[in-house]
Structure formats: C-alpha cells, structure tokens
Design a protein. Structure first.
Length: 165
C-alpha cells in the first residue's frame, strides 16, 4: 500500500479564496520526504507563516516534480492521500494538480488519521488522542507535520497490534 501523508499551509480558507504557500509529503513506511514551496516564507515563533514574500516561479514544475516523486516512492502503486485534515489539505493538492497538470494522481479520495484512530479506540468522538504519538513537533512546517503524522500512525499500528498496510 502506497500511503502518502500530506500537510498543506495556506493563506485563506480554500483555493478559490486564498493560495497555498507550501506543502509537505512523507511516504509510509519509508519516510521519504517531499517539500513543495510556492512562496518565500518567514515564520513566527509558533511556526505559522508570518510574512509571505515573492512567489517562486513555475508552480507547474513543483506539481510535476511531486507527481514524479509519487511514482518513484510508490513503485507503480496508486498513492493514497492521508492527512490529519483531508477536508482542508486535499482540496489544495487536488486544485494544484488539476490546475497545472490536468489530473490528480491521488484520485478523488483521502484518508483521515483521526477517523482511523477513532475506529481503533471504538469511540467516534475521540479524534484527537492519536496526536500524543507524534515524535516530531507539530510546528506548521508541512514536512515536519507530515513526518509527525507518519510517526503517530506507525506508533498506533504497533500499540494496537494492527498489521502494517
């Protein structure tokens, strides 16, 4: 299974009202990383983008490079998009792939870590307890945040005795 954990940082609530500043992706289980950055960014002490500088040229190249990376880390398997909030993250990636390449290699669906965890603990309302298993701090650097999510996912599999996908 070709799981790709993705996190996006953006200014605005959606692609039609804002813009993505950067995204990170980490493959599971290999933990190979990809960072797509569309703007020069200065972060505040919490890690959020404080100022966004000039746009970097060629966003279409970033998405082409991301698609190539997905093919390389996936060994020909279709990538599966995983996020702590796919309702937010997936829309930005889907929009970018369609805008610049005309297709989305992830298809039309995504998986949510919180729902997986809620199923493991058999409590639909417990959607945040999994975050305790992150090792890499959640600092709004999208590569770090994706890596922390992979770490938590791997720890959940081990803790609950779930066979690796």
């Amino acid at each position: 299974m070709n799981l790709i954990f993705v996190d996006c940082e953006a200014i605005g609530k959606s692609p039609s009202t804002g813009y993505m500043t950067e995204f990170g992706a980490v493959s599971y289980p290999k933990r190979e990383m990809f960072h797509g950055q569309f703007y020069a960014i200065t972060r505040d002490r919490t890690g959020l983008a404080k100022t966004v500088g000039a746009a970097k040229p060629h966003p279409e190249q970033i998405f082409a490079d991301f698609e190539l990376w997905l093919k390389q880390v996936g060994n020909g398997e279709r990538p599966i998009f995983v996020s702590d909030n796919p309702a937010f993250d997936w829309q930005w990636i889907n929009d970018g792939f369609h805008k610049y390449l005309g297709h989305n290699p992830f298809g039309h669906s995504a998986r949510r870590i919180s729902d997986f965890y809620a199923g493991l603990v058999k409590d639909f309302h417990d959607s945040q307890g999994w975050k305790k298993w992150r090792t890499t701090p959640h600092d709004h650097n999208p590569v770090h945040d994706s890596l922390g999510n992979v770490e938590a996912f791997a720890a959940m599999l081990e803790h609950f005795g779930v066979s690796k996908p």
